[in-house]
Design a protein around this ligand. Structure first.
Ligand SMILES: [Zn+2]
Length: 278
């Protein structure tokens, strides 16, 4: 059963409906927010995917990064379902147990399809741009039916999707734990202090500027904590690059320990996620 809509909003653009997802927050600050555009703000520092070695103490990531259990496999972060083929070279992987590695798959498929359908304003194959999502929806009629049921359209033609916030948050947290281990060499097994999920287009200018800023921009609180020496994040600080673009227009992320452990991710240049551990 599709969960109640947490918040939805819609705009019509170039003859195609583009729907906005909602904001949900683990601190209970779920809110209905509607299309505040913050166009023109872009990340200040970027680097495409490259092979940066981790020279920090690898014993810290010797177990499953999600549950601290036995390492039985490698898990891609981000998951391949969030990327298009051909995949980038040097796709990050982290150790994971088999149970965790397989336990996120359905929710990751759901999020990939939800984001794409939301951008398209439709669940119909002809409207979906990502080939991978078209194939998933064709192969999984139950998921397609679930998203079709979640789609709302007003008499004026505004389209929106009711989201299942627990599933979106599950994926955001999984991705964040993977990035924390891979970039910072600091696995995060505790529950995070907050998880914020908000489309970029729904952020106001202040929120968007803060979200896109690097720890060196002066916008974040400065407490002088740097990543572990030898970690990938520390090496990026040396080069002044923070946002890691795994695949242009599809996935990027930023990691920092400057104000707690903060992981930010952007899916399809649409859905912004921030996971924070104090
Ligand atoms: Zn595990």
């Amino acid at each position: 059963m599709v969960a109640d809509a947490v918040a939805v909003a819609v705009v019509a653009a170039t003859g195609r409906f583009s729907a906005f997802l909602s904001s949900c927050h683990s601190e209970g600050r779920c809110s209905r927010r509607f299309g505040t555009s913050a166009r023109g703000i872009s990340p200040r520092s970027r680097v495409t995917m490259e092979n940066i070695q981790n020279y920090a103490d690898k014993r810290q990531i010797a177990s499953c990064v999600h549950c601290a259990g036995e390492t039985e496999s490698r898990d891609h972060v981000p998951s391949k379902v969030l990327l298009d083929e051909p995949y980038p070279m040097e796709l990050p992987t982290v150790p994971a147990c088999q149970s965790c590695n397989e336990g996120f798959s359905l929710d990751e498929e759901y999020v990939a399809c939800l984001v794409e359908c939301t951008l398209a304003g439709s669940v119909k194959s002809d409207d979906i741009q990502r080939e991978k999502v078209r194939k998933i929806l064709a192969a999984k009629p139950a998921l397609a039916a679930r998203l079709t049921k979640a789609r709302l359209e007003t008499l004026s033609g505004d389209v929106s999707f009711a989201i299942e916030p627990d599933r979106v948050q599950h994926v955001a947290l999984k991705l964040a734990r993977g990035h924390a281990a891979f970039e910072l060499n600091e696995p995060q097994f505790n529950e995070p202090a907050s998880v914020t999920i908000l489309p970029l287009t729904l952020m106001n200018v202040e929120e968007r500027t803060r979200f896109e800023s690097s720890p060196a921009s002066g916008i974040w609180p400065k407490v002088g904590i740097w990543p572990e020496v030898g970690s990938r994040a520390m090496q990026r600080i040396v080069t002044g690059e923070f946002w890691v673009i795994v695949q242009p227009k599809r996935y990027r992320y930023l990691t920092s320990v400057d104000d707690g452990v903060v992981i930010r991710m952007v899916l399809s240049e649409y859905l912004g996620c921030e996971v924070r551990w104090d």
